[in-house]
Design a protein. Structure first.
Length: 68
């Protein structure tokens, strides 16, 4: 099995990494929202690190039930 290494202190993510991240986020989004289209990712360098924004359109918020 091939191990994945995450490097720190970088200024940007590759398109491949962005795709993987957005795929993971979309799975979570689909649990809470009825999404319309693909999410977008904006990563901006700040003095303290990064500002990460995930932007997506949703038609509605799904009804969730409290676990028993």
């Amino acid at each position: 099995m091939k191990a994945t290494t995450i490097l720190l202190d970088r200024d940007d993510m590759s398109d491949f990494e962005r795709g993987l991240f957005l795929k993971d986020v979309q799975r979570v989004n689909d649990e809470y929202f009825e999404c319309d289209g693909e999410p977008a990712l904006e990563v901006t360098r700040t003095e303290d690190g990064f500002l990460v924004c995930v932007i997506f359109n949703a038609r509605r918020i799904k009804s969730l039930k409290r676990p028993l």
